[in-house]
Design a protein around this ligand. Structure first.
Ligand SMILES: Cc1cc2nc3c(=O)[nH]c(=O)nc-3n(C[C@H](O)[C@H](O)[C@H](O)COP(=O)(O)OP(=O)(O)OC[C@H]3O[C@@H](n4cnc5c(N)ncnc54)[C@H](O)[C@@H]3O)c2cc1C
Length: 476
């Protein structure tokens, strides 16, 4: 609930067309890519850092909860205003402020769409490396907050490895900058602390990122298997032989059929699994690595080994991979994406566990994941209109994540904890670590008004919201 005086102050600052407060408009801001929902009371659209400062100060004066939002593609409920209040949508702070090729840097506002950064420098043979599959829609502000990954982060690293400086608006309205164009600046890595803080410690208003040079050669490989266990063995063997592809993605049979029907990318309809492997580097190096990978795949019982013959063929394979979630939407009214991590050597066991969980709950679960990182994305299909189906999907998801913890992995590889996995944090970390995280949080947000009810489990959070809202899910 926003007091009328606060609403008037925000409306006066932002002006017509730059805020929303009618219920029918606010509905668009009550969900993200996950399964939970809660409506904000007002949304404002800053165009500059000063607007963010104004919103933060007004919210502070009236003690209003406040949440940042990029494109709303998050998969853990990060941008959902659980306590209502004010949402700051960064979609109109979307300018590329500077391209500095000699220093291989780009300065951007948080609302810039991930792919647009690469497109802006493509002609100069540069790119921005972290490439979430949602890269045509998600924003760099959201990527920084979630420390986003993507298929190519196997070789290049995740967002934190590519963010060298940040401008932040703190909850008292102060604007601070940290890091800069140069790496290895003096003092603590404050930009590193904020990257991945899931919008719970400050607002990100400017980002300096590292640009990478485009490789001389690229090869995209499709290895096809009759047994998904052989895929797992292949990934472990590639690592054992110290070959480093830039991407190793796995799609299981259920997923393959949905993707192929939706995209006609050339994936086999009858296989149990495939690996999509990409190599980059100098021409000779890529040729040599492709031969090594062929040898590994065939020795691990691959049925077929194909190398994309043209850029078009390569793009089509990636189109299939990156549009996979959309393909699920064609066959199921709802789906729930999980994001666990296991050591690469435990991929086979994790897949067996996922099959067992699917059978236990009578749900269809398809798998698509960043196999090179052991980052699983089981996609649990369900129907929100079938009583009990969402609850079953959530329980199945929790059991898969518990397996990941016990296998020595993590409850999130790249989608964040958000409101979805906060209760599992108590299984992932000891109490002393959770207390430390809470101390960081309250250092920057002493009133606990910034994105409340996220990341920390009940009992260790602040401004707690005790129920897990079982809401209408991801209706496509
Ligand atoms: C089809 C699909 C595929 C995906 N594939 C991947 C993938 O391969 N890898 C991956 O990592 N993720 C993936 N995701 C998840 C999602 O796209 C990422 O988490 C992305 O980083 C979210 O960006 P966004 O702009 O949509 O942020 P939002 O969802 O709007 O917000 C995410 C979080 O960031 C906070 N936030 C946003 N902007 C700011 C800001 N300026 N200041 C402070 N906090 C802010 C929000 O409060 C929230 O906590 C996928 C999602 C979908 C739907």
């Amino acid at each position: 609930m926003i007091p009328p005086a606060a609403r008037d102050a925000l409306a006066a600052h932002f002006g017509a067309g730059r805020y929303l407060d009618r219920p029918e408009d606010l509905t668009l801001y009550e969900y993200d890519g996950g399964v939970d929902k809660h409506r904000p009371d007002m949304v404002v659209f800053p165009r500059a850092t000063e607007d963010v400062v104004a919103a933060v100060k007004i919210a502070g004066q009236y003690k209003i909860p406040i949440v940042g939002r990029g494109a709303g593609t998050g998969l853990s409920g990060g941008a959902i205003p659980r306590a209502g209040g004010l949402t700051i949508s960064f979609s109109r702070m979307n300018r590329i402020l500077e391209i500095d090729l000699p220093n291989e840097r780009m300065v951007v506002e948080p609302g810039v769409v991930n792919l647009d950064m690469s497109l802006a420098v493509q002609g100069d043979q540069y790119f921005y490396a972290p490439d979430p599959s949602s890269q045509k829609a998600c924003t760099i502000g959201g990527n920084v907050s979630e420390n986003a990954g993507g298929p190519h982060t196997l070789a290049y690293g995740v967002t934190t490895n590519h963010v060298v400086g940040l401008e932040l608006v703190l909850m008292d309205g102060r604007v601070i900058t940290t890091g800069g164009k140069m790496t290895d600046l003096a003092g603590y890595d404050v930009a590193g602390l904020f990257t991945g803080s899931e919008g719970t410690m400050a607002f990100v208003t400017k980002i300096i990122v590292r640009l990478m040079r485009a490789p001389e050669a690229v090869k995209t490989i499709l290895a096809i298997y009759d047994r998904s266990a052989d895929c797992g063995r292949t990934v472990a063997e590639i690592t054992r032989r110290a070959i480093t592809p830039v991407a190793v993605e796995m799609l299981d049979g259920v997923m393959l059929r949905m993707v192929e029907e939706a995209t006609q990318a050339g994936f086999p309809m009858d296989a149990e699994a495939v690996l999509l492997i990409e190599l980059e580097g100098l021409v000779e190096q890529v040729e040599e690595q492709a031969e090594q990978i062929r040898e590994v795949c065939m020795s691990c019982s691959a049925r077929e080994f194909r190398i994309a013959k043209s850029a078009e063929e390569r793009d089509l394979l990636w189109k299939g991979r990156k549009n996979a979630f959309g393909a699920v939407g064609r066959v199921s009214p709802n789906y729930y994406v999980q994001d666990g991590v296991v050591p690469r050597t435990k991929i086979e066991g994790a897949l067996a566990h996922i099959h067992a969980v699917a059978a236990k709950y009578g749900l269809l679960i398809s798998n698509i994941f960043h196999a090179g990182d052991g980052n699983l994305h089981p996609i649990i299909l369900f129907n929100q209109y079938k009583p009990g189906d969402l609850e079953k999907a959530q329980k199945a998801g929790d059991e898969i994540l518990e397996y990941c913890i016990h296998a020595g992995g993590s409850i999130t590889g790249e989608h964040g904890v958000g409101m979805e996995k906060m209760e599992l944090m108590g299984q992932q970390f000891p109490g002393s670590t959770l207390d430390l995280i809470r101390q960081f949080k309250t250092l920057f947000d002493p009133d606990c008004r910034l994105n409340p009810g996220k990341v920390l489990p009940t009992g260790r959070g602040c401004m707690e919201i005790h129920h897990r809202p079982l809401s209408a899910a991801n209706t496509l």
